[in-house]
Design a protein around this ligand. Structure first.
Ligand SMILES: Nc1nc2c(ncn2[C@@H]2O[C@H](COP(=O)(O)OP(=O)(O)OP(=O)(O)O)[C@@H](O)[C@H]2O)c(=O)[nH]1
Ligand SMILES: [Mg+2]
Length: 441
């Protein structure tokens, strides 16, 4: 059985193009009867991997025929390029289902690609990440996953673990013959592999950060001109600006590119105690935004004398390790805080140094590890298993326990690519991975 109750020998049909619709939609058939089902509808198929013009229920369509195993899924695949549009696509799917195909569930095509050895799990997850990428950095990392870069790194460690485990297992029958030097070498090897896994884990967060859009949060007292500055950075009137303190209630966020880096900027309510229940709620929302910030612009207006409670707020943010830039807005009205970065929301020329400061404070996105959260989790479990193996070796607790812990480590590392060397991956794990994919993927 593969996902969603479809039998492995079934021929799947699903829409391979995403929404919103473009001009063309691609309906994909995959499985042993793909050719027969398609030919019953459109006549003889064109030569492999050559688009042919055919007629499907009165519509001129293009057909591509990719015989297995040289196809995405590794099975016989037919793709029908039809006019897009929900109704049209649904009617073509209906035709294929009536002709004997089964509806593809989430990730079913990718799952078959994995099960037929076309792609490893990390590569399939890379395709999903590529489709879901919202930043150039995320896209670049996803492409490296698809190209198998992570898989190769993982396979080196998996193979080393396997070799070590086999060597230990070979001594299970005569543990008294094991030389002390061998045990030391095994412990060294465990330590070496554990260090490698720790390097992956240490670089995971940097990789995740590099993929994500940094959040730059504008905060400060009411009337400092946060919203005016927010609008000035965006180059359009997105947030309300007024001379009345307490204008912004809900936080407002927008996408912005600074020095080629995509980021999210967030305007928040001015921080002050208030009797107004809505204003208090707004301040609360603003504080939540501060907690998730990658950079805070603390903004005060040059027409506002600074106050001890503002200073306390600013210092509390600085204590959280989130980088903060102190910005004095309304520099056109004079300066009170000469060490702060002076800007004016009504003078675009002053925004350039602000952009430079934002870009500098965020720093270059670190290279990081391209592994995704699931890969990190497996690497972490493998690391724990290796630590266990080392402890057992040091305690001379018995080679069975060492071999068992090494097998665990090998299993976990192998689950990153789906190739453990210890038998097939469990269906439950595959269900969990592929159920997060979209239908048609
Ligand atoms: N002269 C001058 N006035 C500004 C500047 N920036 C904002 N203002 C004025 O300052 C007032 C407050 O601006 P807002 O942007 O609404 O201030 P805010 O910090 O968002 O205020 P809250 O949302 O209430 O927290 C408005 O009257 C703006 O026109 C500036 O750079 N120079
Ligand atoms: Mg505001």
């Amino acid at each position: 059985m593969v996902g969603t109750g479809v039998v492995a020998s079934d021929t799947l049909v699903g829409i391979a193009t995403g929404s919103p619709d473009g001009g063309v939609a691609i309906v994909r058939l995959s499985g042993p009867r793909a050719r027969a089902i398609a030919e019953a509808q459109v006549g003889a198929l064109p030569a492999p991997r050559v688009l042919g013009l055919r007629n499907l229920a009165g519509e001129a369509i293009l057909v591509a025929w990719m015989p297995g195993p040289r196809s995405f899924t590794g099975e016989d695949v037919v793709e029908l390029h039809i006019h897009a549009g929900a109704c049209n696509v649904a009617s073509v799917l209906e035709l294929m289902l009536a002709a004997g195909a089964s509806a593809a569930g989430p990730g079913d095509f990718s799952r078959r690609a994995f099960e037929h050895g076309r792609l490893s799990l990390d590569q399939v997850e890379g395709i999903a990440a590529l489709i879901g990428a919202r930043t150039q950095a995320a896209l670049a990392q996803a492409k490296r996953l698809v190209a198998g870069e992570l898989g190769r790194e993982v396979e080196v460690v998996r193979a080393a673990l396997e070799q070590l485990r086999i060597e230990v297992e070979a001594n299970l029958d005569f543990p008294e013959d094991v030389a002390a030097a061998d045990e030391l070498r095994w412990a060294d090897e465990c330590q070496h592999l554990q260090a490698e896994l720790e390097r992956w884990l240490a670089r995971y967060e940097a990789g995740r950060r590099a993929r994500a859009k940094p959040r730059v949060v504008l905060a400060g007292p009411p009337n400092a001109g946060k919203s005016a500055l927010f609008n000035a950075l965006l180059g359009r009137r997105r947030a309300l600006v007024s001379a009345q303190p307490g204008t912004t209630r809900d936080f407002v966020e927008a996408e912005l590119t600074i020095a080629g880096r995509e980021l999210t900027v967030v305007d928040t309510a001015g921080l002050r105690p208030s009797d107004d229940i809505l204003e208090r709620a707004g301040v609360e929302l603003g504080r939540e935004q501060l907690a998730g910030a990658d950079l805070v612009l603390w903004i005060e207006g040059s027409d506002q004398p600074t106050r001890p409670d503002w200073q306390r707020e600013r210092e509390a943010i600085a204590d959280t390790e989130v980088p903060t830039i102190a910005v004095e807005n309304k520099a056109d009205l004079g300066r009170q805080r000469p060490t702060w970065l002076g800007v004016s929301a009504i003078d675009p020329a002053t925004l350039e140094p602000l952009r430079a400061a934002i870009s500098g404070a965020l720093g270059e996105p670190g290279e990081g590890w391209i592994g995704l959260a699931r890969h990190r989790d497996r690497a972490h479990e493998a690391k724990l298993a290796l630590a266990e193996a080392r402890e057992q070796l040091q305690a001379s607790a018995g080679l069975e326990l060492v071999a068992f812990a090494l097998a665990q480590a090998q299993q976990r590392v192998g689950e990153i690519t789906g190739h453990t060397g210890l038998g097939p991956i469990g269906a439950t794990m595959l269900d969990a991975i592929f159920s997060r994919f979209c239908i048609g993927k």
